[in-house]
Design a protein. Structure first.
Length: 318
């Protein structure tokens, strides 16, 4: 029964996780057409057509019509102003690409590297803000990152659900593979598994789930070179394999709620010796109310990053 449910969820998620409208399936039935179902299907089709049209129009402007990039930017700004910044962002209009890269000024004189993978609803502008914050908190150290660009609220959410559900049948996203590749490269640069090098890895939101999936792509010796810290992750990573794991959770963060990871919460509340959860903030603390405190630079996770940065500088920047 469990496997049937998982396969059903994977099939349902795959429909919503595509970048094109879902295909129409004709089924013969004796029942009358349901108006509510027709309305839902029409709205779903309309959303994907709007998203596809916006992306196609942007490509035509930049490539086929050879419009100057600055003109394209101005037209995008006008469209965002027309529909509203929030609606524009949630539609996933921007067509940014997955990438791995490095941000910051210097590496520590000691054999240590910092890596980062972002969460949902992150565009390039938000990524750069988060990287700047992380680098500054760690003495302007370089941050080696994997960027998973947003595709809009609904698509991001469906892909996040797919990552968690489909892992039971062996699925891992391209971002998990890129993260494992980044770790392996940095470990080799610091002398391999026989060396003294260590990786401090930060993951925000669904990046925590990607981190958990990337672990088994490494050998046990490679895993022991990595310390993991997550912020607002829907997956509370167990302290298994990695050198050390800390899951930092804001009491006002809905993404890390009991509904998304009941076993992780039960482990913590039963005071399991393997619990890896550290809480920030008080549950009743207006105006920071549940479930809004999920941003990496928010009051809870921003404070945690500042403290972790101070600890890093004491240990690795003497």
């Amino acid at each position: 029964m469990r496997h049937q449910i998982i396969l059903f969820l994977i099939g349902a998620t795959a429909i919503f996780a595509t970048d094109s409208p879902p295909s129409t399936v004709v089924v013969e039935t004796q029942e009358e057409e349901r108006p509510l179902q027709s309305l839902t299907d029409s709205c779903q089709q309309g959303y994907y057509l709007l998203k596809q049209a916006a992306s196609s129009f942007q490509k035509q402007l930049a490539d086929e019509m050879q419009v100057h990039p600055q003109a394209v930017d101005q037209m995008e700004a006008a469209f965002a102003h027309l529909v509203g910044e929030n609606v524009y962002f949630l539609l996933g209009y921007s067509d940014e690409q997955t990438e791995i890269g490095c941000y910051g000024e210097k590496e520590s004189p000691k054999p240590v590297r910092i890596t980062f993978i972002n969460g949902i609803l992150t565009n390039r502008e938000t990524l750069l803000i988060n990287l700047a914050m992380l680098s500054k908190a760690h003495g302007n150290a370089k941050i080696h990152y994997v960027f998973r660009p947003t595709e809009g609220w609904s698509t991001d959410l469906c892909r996040a659900f797919f990552i968690k559900a489909a892992f039971q049948v062996g699925f891992r996203s391209i971002h998990a593979h890129l993260l494992a590749h980044t770790w392996r490269t940095l470990i080799e640069d610091m002398g391999g598994v026989q060396g003294d090098g260590v990786i401090i890895h930060y993951a925000h939101s669904i990046g925590g789930s990607e981190t958990d999936r990337a672990r088994d792509l490494l050998s046990p010796e490679e895993q022991k070179k990595i310390r993991v810290i997550t912020f607002g992750s829907p997956t509370l990573i167990p302290n298994v394999g990695f050198q050390r794991v800390i899951n930092i959770v804001s009491r006002h963060d809905g993404v890390t709620s009991f509904l998304l990871n009941p076993f992780g919460w039960m482990q913590h509340y039963l005071h399991d010796a393997h619990s890896t959860v550290e809480y920030y903030g008080q549950f009743f603390n207006f105006p920071h109310i549940w479930p809004l405190d999920h941003q990496l630079g928010g009051p809870s996770y921003g404070e945690a990053i500042r403290k972790l940065g101070e600890q890093f500088c004491r240990e690795f920047f003497p």
